[in-house]
Design a protein around this ligand. Sequence first.
Ligand code: FAD
Length: 242
Amino acid sequence: MPPAGAPARSGWQVARLTARDVQTATGCTLRFEVRGWPGHRPGQHVDVRLTADDGYQAVRSYSLAAPADGDVIELGVQETAGGEVSPYLAEALPVGAEVEVKGPLGGWFVWTPPGSGPLLLFGGGCGVVPLMAMLRARRAAAAAQEPCVLVYCVRGPEEVWYAKDLAEPGHTEDVRILYTRHAPPGQTRRPGRMTAHDVAGLPAPGAARCYVCGPTGFVEHVAGLLQDTGYPRDRIRTERFG
Ligand SMILES: Cc1cc2nc3c(=O)[nH]c(=O)nc-3n(C[C@H](O)[C@H](O)[C@H](O)COP(=O)(O)OP(=O)(O)OC[C@H]3O[C@@H](n4cnc5c(N)ncnc54)[C@H](O)[C@@H]3O)c2cc1C
C-alpha cells in the first residue's frame, strides 16, 4: 500500500456514496467508502469521474473535508447553477450508488501537523472544505496548542458550512466569520470584502503559515492583502476553485 498522501497506483477507484449531509441550501457533504483508500493529507483533493450509460464521462476535482479515516472519505460539494457535475452530486446521486475517484491529489496545498507554527486559514464560500480537513486534523493533534485562526468569508449567515462543527465548544481555534453581503443581527463589522483591517490582529508574519482557498477572485484578493501586510509569499499557499 502506498504511504498516506500518495495516490493509489491503480488510478481510478470505485467510491460508494454512504451518506449525504445538508450544509446549506446549495451545499452538502458527501461521504464515500473507497475500498483500499491509501490515506491522504489535510488539503489534498480527489478527481471524481462520472460515467453515463452511453459512456460519456465527466471529471471534476473536489477537496477532502476530513483527515484520513480508513476507507471513508468526505467531500463537500457546492452546487453550481447550470453545472454539469455538481448539481448531480449534490442532489441526484442516490446513497448506495457508485462513482470513481482518483487520488489523493495535490502536494502543495497540504498541512502537516504538528509543530508547523501558527496556522492561518482563509476560506471563501465552499473554499472552507479543505481548510476543515486541516482544522479537524489540528484538533486531533498536539498542534492544537499552536495558534490557529480561520477567517471564513460568506455572503450571509445562510451560507455558512459546518456551522455546528465550528461552534463546537472546547476547541482552541479562533473562528472569524466575515459577511460580505448581509450580516446577522448583532454584528459590529459592516458587511463587505475582507480588508487590511480584518487582517490586523492575526498572528504576526514570520512563523505563521497561511492557506487561502476559494474562488479565484477571493484567493487573489486575500493573498494580495496578506503580502501587503508583510506575510512572505512563500508562506502563503493557495488553492483556486475557479
Ligand atoms: C483543486 C480543486 C478543488 C476543488 N474542490 C472543490 C470542492 O471541495 N467543492 C466544490 O464544490 N468545488 C470544488 N472545486 C470546483 C469543482 O471542481 C467544479 O469546478 C465545480 O463543482 C463546478 O463543476 P460543474 O460540473 O458543476 O460545473 P461546470 O459544468 O464545469 O460549469 C461551470 C460553470 O460554467 C457554466 N457553463 C457550463 N457550461 C456552459 C456553457 N456551455 N456555456 C456557458 N456557461 C457554461 C456553468 O453554468 C457554471 O457556472 C474544486 C476545483 C479544483 C480545481
